[in-house]
Write a protein that binds this ligand. Structure first.
Ligand code: SF4
Length: 334
């Protein structure tokens, strides 16, 4: 079985300052794989400063890793030929948080959808282009006659975000990086957009990396999850195990803040937001906030396997075997 996407020990470090240079580790040695034949939805969860948006930028090829490699269909994305890069740009699409940002207020929806059709030569005639637009809009639950010919201000936030998804779908992507796609959408439309994403995975074979600070929507949409804190994986596995029986103190803190059982209420509205840890250097990144910290937490904990699809990076689980090479694919369900 071939790999669609592989992250091999990927880290991203930002250097700040010219004289007293300070390094900030935005992402610390992440390894995982998505299989080409098994489209899935993987959530990357974390709060501000967790490294999740850095991960999105890396996956889209907008920034390069400091160390490690990102392999797409067997090729390192930093060394693609022009033709391979064009294919990568077409097959790896993004949906961002702000459904308003990609709309120019002076252009209709038709223009937004026509641009990728022209850029990637998806249609030879206007009729063919219109058929593709209709197909993509219908796939995300919109009626073409309701949105084509309209300007952005004539559409709801939910319609705009679904048009963004339709725009990505036009290109028949293999991977969609969805970075907080429902965080700026009304609660009444959130479920609708999440269902649209799930349909893309199920009916169109698109793998989705769903990036969010919201464990509630993560629970609804994804099969597997990684929890990040300050660029490090705290816990990962199937979404049921991680959210229903979290083992890492940080994940427990996050899960405790979910407004169960009202899953329609957005997590974060009542969340205990993680405070920025300014004291930790080396060791467990969570230790200055952890009520269970011990002397050995001065070292960085490895990833311990708690079950077939559950792992945590915490010395409280030291009785469990370590995940080989800390490769998350060994515990993420496909
Ligand atoms: Fe707390 Fe130590 Fe576990 Fe880190 S490794 S979460 S400091 S107990």
């Amino acid at each position: 079985m071939s790999n669609l996407l592989e992250l091999r020990n990927v880290s991203k470090v930002y250097q700040r300052g010219l004289v007293n240079t300070k390094a900030t580790i935005a992402l610390n040695t992440i390894s995982l794989t998505l299989k080409e034949e098994e489209p899935t939805i993987l959530t990357v969860a974390g709060e501000s400063g967790s490294g999740k948006t850095t991960l999105a930028m890396l996956l889209l090829g907008f920034i390069t890793p400091t160390t490690g490699e990102i392999i797409y269909k067997g090729r390192n994305i930093t060394t693609l030929s022009p033709a391979e890069r064009l294919a990568f740009r077409r097959e790896v699409q993004a949906v961002f948080q702000d459904p308003f940002a990609v709309f120019n207020p002076f252009y209709t929806v038709d223009h937004l959808l026509t641009v990728p059709i022209k850029r990637f030569g998806l249609a030879r005639t206007r009729k063919e282009a219109r058929a593709k637009m209709d197909e993509a809009l219908t796939a995300v639950g919109l009626r073409p006659e309701d949105v084509l010919g309209r300007f952005p201000h004539q559409l709801s936030g939910g319609q705009r975000q679904r048009i963004n998804v339709a725009r990505a779908l036009l290109l028949k992507p293999r991977l969609l990086v969805a970075d907080e796609p429902v965080s700026m959408v009304d609660a009444s439309l959130r479920a609708n957009i999440l269902e649209t994403l799930r349909n893309l995975q199920r009916d169109h074979g698109v793998s989705i990396i769903y990036i969010t600070h919201d464990l509630t929507t993560a629970y609804h949409i994804s099969k597997s999850i990684i929890v990040l804190y300050r660029g490090n994986v705290m816990e990962g596995g199937d979404v049921d195990s991680v959210i229903k029986t979290p083992q890492h103190p940080y994940t427990q803190l996050l899960v405790d803040s979910i407004p169960w059982p009202n899953l329609d209420q957005r997590w974060g509205e009542h969340a205990i937001m993680a405070r920025e840890d300014v004291t930790a250097s080396g060791g467990c990144p969570f230790r200055s906030r952890c009520a269970k910290a011990m002397p050995q937490c001065e070292s960085r904990p490895p990833l311990y396997r708690l079950g077939p699809h559950h792992a945590t990076a915490c010395f409280l689980s030291v009785d469990h075997p370590e995940v080989e090479a800390e490769h998350l694919s060994q515990v993420l369900p496909t």
